[in-house]
Design a binder for this molecule. Structure first.
Ligand code: AMP
Length: 596
């Protein structure tokens, strides 16, 4: 590559930082000679300036342009853009009265509901910073995040499963107010009745005191709010907690510029979206960066209808697609695995789906093929991380999709592969190294963690901790995460290679491979395998099957069959529980990791 990534990154980020909402940036001074440019989809210009703005203006614009279109569908109860826009204004005004303004952190501890959309934009419009919380966290994890992020106000639901954990934080942490949203108010009438009669035990009692603010009181105003002036390049819109590359949970500071730039980049990428006409299935949690940008921000900016599901249940998802005629599906690979192996798949009509995106974890090639054969829709794989708001690369919607590749860099994004041992050296095309990203979507740093920031962002480049290589056409192939590498008798063994081989066996549904300690080799691979319904397979049969697919060093020493494999809340298969179990057998577990 001829231009320095640091120069381009700094130039892009620097210019974007001072640009006002709605303006376009200048293109880089000359078109760099990047290998991916030849593969760029027609009509998408890598070097066109990226628009950035205060993020809440996305919902303001949509409420004007698409006022009577459906914005949110929650179990069949729908809300128009006008209604959502009004609620955002009222909630923003209520938050201003509570003291929310620049620098004030407001937590969202909500599953996917209309409240999650309204409150997200309301916090931003009030000038505050959103801190996303995983509602399934235990109290200790929530408390840690409240103190670390300096969250003063938390918005949550009146459910027994969530509210008591949040209420406890009022005495144990700095939290001063809880805004409580009523679940029964957002369910359709029939479900509301069912909910209040059959599931009363699931609804928490909320005290009537100054620390508790019902959502209805927060929004009981005229909605006439004057948002503070936002500086998109400086003001942090979201603190997104992530284990990052080292596993210690920390808040990635995503500015209004980072998030709105990624929105612009993604909108250009999916050029064929029909404004005001798409219906996006929102099963990914909106508190995770993937759902936040690709379901919520993209959906609202394009005037789409968001069909929200509060959790992933296969039947609910299939019914929702069938009922709503959803046109867009965003998911992690385990969601697609569940869909292709659904026992009653033929009873649902999935033909409305036109755009399918997979990200967040490796998409096995066999899964991509079978999903595409069943639905007739191309399953496009992309890649990103919390620190890049999140999308950095994607296969084109209109162009070559390379199997096993996470695609090419999005507009305005530069990806380099750097030597793991000597990061100042860039690897030649085709050779493995650490994937590094520069672009307007890359975070400004980790909140209150200058040391971690300095290790992760070097010369404007985000060091992702992912190992990969770039082919001659600029397509990136991820090999694995640096921290998941198995060091086996002096060789680097990549769990992903073993997982791909195991998944070729037709009886296997899911697998996770980790390194376990081994007296002779230091570490050795162990595979955990979940079989498809009604399938049978034993260790010897699986090893025989793998014989011509893996080298002896990669052959898993141990194979354990399980009915379920641990997953993170977003649905990615998770290695940390399995690694902890194994470590407990041989010695204490290493670093604690918290991931969504
Ligand atoms: P998070 O910050 O929780 O979104 O996790 C980001 C990490 O997920 C990345 O650093 C990668 O290790 C992994 N990841 C994301 N997308 C992909 C993908 N398409 N293939 C493989 N790994 C991925």
């Amino acid at each position: 590559m001829k231009s320095s990534i640091a120069d381009i990154g700094r130039a892009l980020i620097g210019r974007l930082g001072v640009r006002l909402a709605g303006q376009r940036g200048k293109s880089p001074d000359r078109a760099p000679d990047y290998p991916w440019l030849a593969a760029y989809p027609s009509g998408v210009d890598w070097s066109e300036g990226i628009e950035v703005r205060a993020l809440h203006t996305v919902v303001d614009d949509a409420a004007r342009r698409f006022a009577e279109n459906r914005c949110v569908d929650f179990f069949g109860k729908t809300y128009t853009y006008r209604e959502i826009g009004e609620q955002v204004n009222r909630a923003a005004k209520g938050l201003r009265h509570l003291g929310v303004g620049k620098g004030v952190k407001v937590g969202l501890c909500l599953p996917n509901t209309p409240y999650a959309v309204i409150c997200y934009y309301a916090i931003l419009k009030a000038g505050g910073t959103v801190v996303n919380y995983n509602p399934l966290y235990v109290e200790r994890e929530l408390a840690h995040q409240v103190e670390d992020s300096e969250t003063d106000i938390m918005i949550t639901l009146d459910l027994e499963q969530i509210y008591p954990k949040v209420a406890a934080l009022l005495t144990s942490t700095r939290l001063r107010h809880v805004v409580v949203c009523r679940m029964s108010d957002i369910l359709p009438t029939l479900k509301g009745l069912l909910f209040s009669t059959l599931k009363a035990s699931e609804v928490a009692d909320i005290p009537d005191d100054v620390q508790h603010i019902p959502f209805a009181s927060l929004t009981n105003n005229d909605g006439a709010v004057t948002p503070p002036e936002i500086d998109p390049g400086q003001d942090v819109a979201v603190l997104q907690y992530t284990g990052g590359t080292t596993g210690v949970p920390k808040g990635a500071m995503l500015t209004h510029a980072n998030l709105s730039a990624n929105l612009t980049q993604v909108r250009r990428w999916v050029g064929g979206f029909r404004e005001g006409e798409e219906r996006i299935l929102g099963v990914l949690p909106l508190f995770h960066v993937f759902g936040m940008t690709l379901v919520m921000n993209l959906g609202i900016a394009s005037g789409s209808e968001l069909i929200l599901l509060p959790r992933f249940e296969l039947d609910d998802l299939l019914k929702a697609v069938d009922r709503s005629r959803a046109t867009v599906l965003m998911g992690v690979p385990t969601i697609y695995t569940a869909i292709v192996s659904a026992p009653n798949l033929e009873t649902y009509d999935l033909t409305s789906i036109k755009y399918c995106i997979s990200g967040g974890a490796p998409l096995p090639m066999a899964l991509k093929r079978s999903f595409e054969a069943i639905t007739g829709c191309v399953l496009v794989e992309g890649y990103g991380l919390s620190e890049s708001a999140p999308v950095a690369t994607s296969n084109p919607f209109d162009g070559v999709n390379k199997e096993g590749s996470v695609g090419i860099p999005l507009p305005g994004t530069v990806v380099e592969i750097r030597d793991i041992e000597a990061p100042e050296r860039q690897m030649p095309l085709g050779e493995k190294g650490e994937v590094c990203i520069a672009g307007p979507q890359v975070m400004t740093g980790y909140w209150r963690r200058p040391d971690e920031t300095a290790k992760t962002i070097v010369d404007g480049r985000l060091h992702t901790g992912d190992v990969g290589y770039m082919d001659d056409d600029g397509y990136i192939f991820l090999v694995d995460r640096m921290k998941d590498l198995i060091l086996c008798g002096g060789f680097n063994v990549y769990p992903r290679v073993i997982e791909e081989a195991i998944l070729l066996h037709p009886a296997v549904l899911e697998t996770t491979v980790i390194g376990v300690s081994d007296e002779y080799r230091g570490e050795t691979p162990k595979a955990f395998v979940k079989l498809g319904q009604g399938q049978s397979l034993d260790e010897a049969e699986l090893k025989a099957f793998l014989g011509d697919k893996l080298s002896p060093i990669e052959m898993p020493e141990y194979i354990e069959f399980r009915d379920e494999l641990p997953k993170m809340l977003i649905g990615k298969l998770s290695k940390k529980e399995l690694a902890a179990e194994e470590a407990a057998k041989t010695g204490p577990a290493t670093e604690e990791q918290v991931e969504p």
